[in-house]
Design a protein around this ligand. Structure first.
Ligand code: NAP
Length: 290
């Protein structure tokens, strides 16, 4: 924890509602300490009517920048003067930094995912990727994998009231990036079994397996073998039932801790110009959860 705040100390933070549970202040303040950066990072629980004014503080108070969490990622996108290419594609912003008197919006979620895989020597380029779930995290990942030239993406989503609109959104992304992105019914067991065989990377972007839940997000683990990379975005627990069973089948398994840390690392770089001490941050989080 920072002990000496002075007139030189810079401010950064995360804006959301609610936000008290966020790990971002813990991650960024530890990174400032390790990287010797004179800054503090706070969580701002903000009402919607105040959001735009609070965001302008990034300029008015000469802040390093802010992260944006739910429900303000789209509002932040609309309020920024400039938007990075990945955030344009995703349509929401989770990091805002000042640049020459303007607010510039980025989305670090998909980049965090790709960097987390790279840190385990897994490259998404040229890979056929199967994504389970089609919420906010899935969309960021799909867009980034499209930008990184995955060969094809198949998304399994429940056939409910949002199926059509999400399919349309992903169709637009497919057109913009020239990548085949198919959205199919999560309930289709036969198709899922076929896609498992054809895919190289399988990503759980649902909440299935979180906390005490011991379910797996695929209908069956049949067909999963040592050639697969299984990624679970969940980091509580660090080893979900999906990863546990994947490991038994000799698949490479990657949990959500890397994505959490690497998306923060990219935001840290945007705000400070420095590399986040990723390993120390991972260790700090693991210590905290042990
Ligand atoms: P979200 O927007 O609520 O989306 C969740 C998706 O999962 C939706 O498509 C939902 O289906 C699907 N889903 C949920 N329960 C399901 C079930 N029982 N069967 C089939 N599909 C189901 O959530 P999110 O923000 O994208 O987060 C998704 C997961 O990623 C969560 O576990 C979250 O903790 C994790 N996450 C991790 C990181 C990280 O840094 N590691 C970052 C962000 C998120 P419908 O579309 O049909 O509703």
């Amino acid at each position: 924890m920072k002990t000496s705040i002075s007139g030189y100390t810079k401010l950064a933070g995360v804006i959301a509602k609610p936000i008290k549970h966020s790990l971002s202040p813990i991650i960024h303040n530890k990174a400032y300490e390790v990287a010797n950066i004179d800054a503090v990072y706070l969580a701002f629980d903000v009402e919607e009517r105040a959001f735009n004014n609070v965001l302008q503080s990034v300029l008015n108070m000469d802040m390093l920048g802010v992260n944006i969490s739910m429900p303000y990622k789209r509002l932040a996108y609309e309020a920024c003067d400039e938007i990075s290419s990945e955030a344009q594609l995703i349509g929401v912003v989770n990091t805002v930094v000042p640049k020459n008197g303007s607010l510039v919006g980025f989305n670090t979620d998909g980049i965090g995912f790709v960097d987390s895989l790279s840190s385990q020597a897994v490259d998404v380029k040229g890979k056929r990727i199967m994504v389970l779930g089609a919420g906010g995290a899935a969309k960021a990942i799909i867009c980034q994998c499209a930008l990184e030239q995955a060969s094809e993406i198949v998304v399994f989503k429940r056939n409910n009231s949002s199926f059509e609109s999400i399919s349309k959104e992903l169709e637009e992304i497919s057109k913009k990036t020239n990548l085949s992105i198919k959205v199919v019914d999560y309930a289709n067991q036969k198709l899922m079994a076929k896609e498992i065989k054809k895919s190289q990377i399988i990503v759980n972007a649902t909440q299935i397996g979180m906390g005490e839940d011991t379910q797996i997000p695929v209908h069956s683990m049949e067909g999963i073998n040592q050639n697969h990379v299984l990624v679970d975005l969940i980091y509580h627990p660090l080893e979900t039932e999906f990863l546990k069973q994947g490991k038994e089948k000799q698949a490479t398994v990657i949990n959500g801790l890397g994505m959490l840390v690497y998306q923060a690392a990219y935001a840290f770089k945007l705000m400070t110009g420095k590399e986040m001490p990723v390993k120390q941050i991972e260790e700090m989080l693991l210590d905290k959860w042990r």
